[in-house]
Design a protein around this ligand. Sequence first.
Ligand SMILES: N[C@@H](CCC(=O)N[C@@H](CS)C(=O)NCC(=O)O)C(=O)O
Length: 201
Amino acid sequence: MTIRIYGVSGSRAIRSLWAIEETGIDYTHVPTHFFSDSKTEEYLAVNPNGRIPALVDGDLTLFESMAINLYLIRKYAPALYPDNEADEAVAIQWSVWAISEIEPLQMQIVIQTFFNRDNIDQSIIDSATESLKRPLNVLNTTLADRPYLLGDEFTVADLNVAGVMQLMQMVKFDFTGYHNVVDWLERCYSREALKRAQSLD
Ligand SMILES: N[C@@H](CCC(=O)N[C@@H](CS)C(=O)NCC(=O)O)C(=O)O
């Protein structure tokens, strides 16, 4: 039974490519770009949203990067998954937080920086940067007394939040004032599994 993961590293799919590389399992990477590849009839049968990433594992077909990562890590990399319900709830909390509190704001900056290059609206970037202060301060304060979100060890919570925040790195977001976040991102991004995932075009 082959596990298939769809997407390319230069997209939100990097989050799930990173997760599957953390597991060390055998899998097939199906390079799927977010423009035309993700709109074919064949791909829409996997993810009717026409977005990447997506995962197929036997009878299970999944979309949404956070769901894919929680599934992959729980099943195939249990050492990175909380071993009790309370910590699991906190890991889910951070995963949902990343895509609700960080992602929409960082996407405003990404859109201006990459897709609106000739007509950048700096006021949108400034406003998103201002609004990001609230979640980034929460993250910075949380990481003041621990190296990782759940404590001493890297877990799926770090994978998911740092995975989402890779887009902020790509737009060279100024993290001045969030030094705990900077140190933590450096720890997370130094993982070999991420380096392998980044080569999956
Ligand atoms: N919430 C989704 C977002 C996925 C997403 O928007 N992926 C982009 C690539 S960065 C995409 O496939 N865009 C193609 C499109 O919107 O048509 C997730 O986290 O998996």
